[in-house]
Ligand binder design. Structure first.
Ligand code: FPP
Length: 237
């Protein structure tokens, strides 16, 4: 819960299907990623009114470095432009942006722009947009284990504390994946322990506010039991 006493949703999105969207139109894959940035803009705009307080999106995984150089370069250029162009709009809309994942392999100017955007939007409370870049959930878990060891508290509690500290590992309530595949692809594995999973065939560049609203509506219709008995089972007992 951030910035408000009302419990907000942490939604996370695997924005899949950009390449297919472009290929079907006879365009290079990069054009799909550019259209994907537009879709991200629609979703960021719609999220707060749907009760989403934190939105984590998967922009680039550690494995995406294996893609053709032209595509990696295009993705980095889009990220650079997004950070540079959207920071002011995010700040004006009361949103905070942070980036999770490794920074040491990013072009230096992007790492600097990220740090500056994080500082400029630090006061935002309406929405916390977290962009996963050069990200691996497994690496994040290993990092937390190493931090626990470094802190001299490599106990079960010490590790658990590293993994739950601050907002870096906030539990995901709703995980959305577009593009028809049904897998997690090394995204927020720890945080999704009790996430509701929502898969849609819609390709990411076609995703919009109504699709997000449909996912949130389905989330609210589900009974979350966290391993216990839900209210319906308890009242029937
Ligand atoms: C997966 O689709 C998508 C990605 C690897 C990149 C996602 C990036 C964006 C939406 C734009 C960049 C974001 C920011 C914040 C600048 P895919 O390419 O694997 O699609 P496919 O499965 O159809 O090939």
């Amino acid at each position: 819960m951030e910035g408000s006493r009302v419990k907000t949703i942490h939604a996370a999105i695997i924005m899949d299907g950009n390449g297919r969207w472009a290929t079907r139109r006879g365009m290079p894959r990069q054009a799909g990623h550019a259209a994907g940035v537009e879709a991200l803009g629609r979703v960021v705009e719609a999220a707060p009114d749907l009760g989403i307080g934190t939105l984590t999106v998967y922009a680039f995984s550690v494995d995406n470095w294996q893609r053709p150089k032209v595509e990696v370069t295009a993705l980095m250029a889009l990220l650079r432009r997004y950070i540079e162009n959207e920071t002011r709009r995010l700040a004006e809309g009361g949103a905070r942006i942070t980036v999770i994942g490794r920074r040491d392999r990013l072009p230096g100017d992007i790492a600097i722009a990220i740090a500056s955007a994080e500082r400029a939007t630090a006061g935002g409370t309406r929405l916390h947009l977290r962009v996963a870049v050069d990200y691996s959930a497994r690496d994040a878990i290993v990092e937390a284990a190493m931090a626990a060891a470094r802190s001299g508290d490599a106990t079960r509690e010490g590790l658990s504390q590293q993994l739950t500290e601050g907002s870096a590992h906030r539990d995901v309530d709703l995980l959305i994946r577009t593009g028809g595949e049904k897998r997690l692809s090394d995204f927020l594995l720890w945080e999704c322990a009790y996430a509701e999973l929502y898969f849609t065939d819609r390709l990411w560049p076609d995703f919009g506010a109504e699709d997000l609203a449909a996912a949130v509506a389905e989330f609210h219709a589900r009974e979350r039991r966290f391993g216990g008995l839900g209210p319906s089972a308890v009242s029937a007992a």
